[in-house]
Structure formats: C-alpha cells, structure tokens
Design a protein around this ligand. Structure first.
Ligand code: DGL
Length: 265
C-alpha cells in the first residue's frame, strides 16, 4: 500500500476536506483521525486545543503518513506552527487556503467569517485575509451551536434550520458579499447557512482550496501515489464508531468504510 495522507480534525468536520480529496486525488489513500470524544475544540482553552492537536499528530506520525492536513480551523489557528516545527513531513492547514479563496471570491473585500469561538478569538482569518487584501473589512461571527448539531448527525434535519438562521441574524446589518465557512464542520450545514444569508452572498469553504495546496505539495515533493494505486482509506475516531461510520457513508458515499475506534493518551 502507498503511504497515506494523514488528515486530522476534532471530529467529522475534516471529512468535508476528504470529500474533495477523494474526488480530485483518487489514487491517494487517506488516514483520518477525528477526536470526536473531546469535540468541540472550539469552546476549549488554547492550551487544550494545542495539547489535543499534538496528541493527534503524534498518533498519525507513528503510522507513516507522507503529508498531514490539519483539516480543522481551530487546531490550525492554535497549533499549526508547533506541528510544522516538530515534524519533517509537510503540513497543510485550512486557514491560509480559506482566506485566499474568500479574497478571490469577494469583489467588495467585505467578508463575513463564520467559525468556532476559539478560531474567531484567535483572529487568524482576519490576519490572513489582511495579508492578501489590506483593505478588507471583516465581519467575524462565532457559532458555538453549529458543531454539536453536526457531530450528533442532525445536520440534515429541518429543525436545525431555525438554530442556524437565528445565529446568522447577528449579521443582518452587516454589508458583505462573501461568507467563509471557517470551520470544516459547517459545509454539512451549508444549505441552511445559504438560506439564512442574503441571496447575493457567495459562500466559500476552504476544502477545495486546501486540496489544491495538497496537490501542489505532493507534486513539489514528488509524493504522488503511483497512477495504478488503489486508494485505501482508514478512519479512526476516539468517539462512537457507529455514528462516525454513518456520517462517512452518507457524506462520502463510501460503502462499508473502514472505521475504527481508538484511544489517545
Ligand atoms: N472542525 C473544526 C474547525 O474547523 C472544529 C470544530 C470544533 O471542534 O469546535 O474549527
């Protein structure tokens, strides 16, 4: 088997990045780790997010990954630099690609950023967006209710629509043309987010842009799997493997995926 690409998230959110990866890099195998047991990270302290992220990376580092994607905005905001400094394999976060995509999409450079409390408080998006567009006007909004709705598998239910719309009402007086889903769980709620924002607003998820970075780094480092390689994906979760498996089957349309429960230290 080819060496896999490691992907981590606090839970199932990183699957939104894996979905794009499977579509655009079909020969690549993914080794996914979701820390569902300790999710959500977004309402935890900076120290906890840092420690939990390092524990996840440590686990995947023992499993011969060739590249790591931190498919979690919260973990990227807090721990990307430490992970890059500690390991030899290439590491890609989701915030720089997401910030770049939002600036490319926005004509007014007025951009709403939806994210977890920890991500919004870190101001990582504001800083990255301003590096690309110094004139940008950012409207940050933390949405602490969203991740638990996704983790519990309720993201398709109509009843969550009101909760999502209620939160988005905080942006009702803001004038922006682009909204970035600054949490990888949010694309699973995208239909509700879309209907809760004005029609002209473009919604950006960092998933596709992140996969472009993965492709570039694989090419630069000559790490692509061989063309004949048959991808074998493995999904590890610290939480309930049954719930996780259902979401993998629904979201990635994979039949009988290899989902295993693991414990972190
Ligand atoms: N999916 C994660 C993110 O992108 C984390 C959500 C959470 O655990 O609060 O921020």
């Amino acid at each position: 088997m080819e060496r896999p690409i490691g992907v981590i998230d606090s839970g199932v959110g990183g699957l939104t990045v894996v979905k794009e990866m499977i579509q655009h890099l079909p020969n690549e195998s993914v080794l996914y780790l979701g820390d569902d047991e300790r999710c959500p990270y977004g309402s935890r302290t900076t120290e906890e997010v840092h420690q939990f992220t390092m524990e996840m990376v440590q686990k995947l580092a023992t499993m011969d990954i060739k590249l790591l994607v931190i498919a979690c905005n919260t973990a990227t905001a807090i721990a990307l630099e430490s992970v890059v400094a500690a390991y030899n394999f290439p590491v890609i976060g989701v915030i720089v690609p997401g910030a770049r995509a939002s600036v490319n999409s926005s004509t007014s450079h007025k951009i709403a950023v939806l994210g977890t409390t920890r991500t919004i408080q870190s101001e990582a998006y504001t800083n990255e967006i301003k590096k690309v567009a110094a004139d940008a006007l950012i409207y940050p909004l933390d949405c602490p209710e969203f991740v638990p709705l996704v983790e519990s598998g309720q993201y398709q239910s109509e009843s969550v629509k009101e909760i999502v719309h209620e939160r988005l009402r905080h942006l009702e007086h803001a004038d922006f043309d682009t909204a970035i889903l600054g949490c990888t769980h949010y694309p699973l709620l995208e239909h509700h987010i879309e209907s809760g924002l004005p029609n002209h607003v473009k919604i950006i998820s960092s998933a596709m842009e992140t996969v472009k970075d993965v492709e570039r780094v694989l090419s630069e480092r000559r790490l692509f799997a061989v063309k004949e390689a048959v991808a074998e994906h493995i999904f590890l979760t610290t939480g309930n493997s049954k719930t996780f498996k259902t979401i993998v089957e629904e979201w990635l349309a994979l039949k009988n995926p290899n989902v295993q429960h693991i414990q972190l230290p």
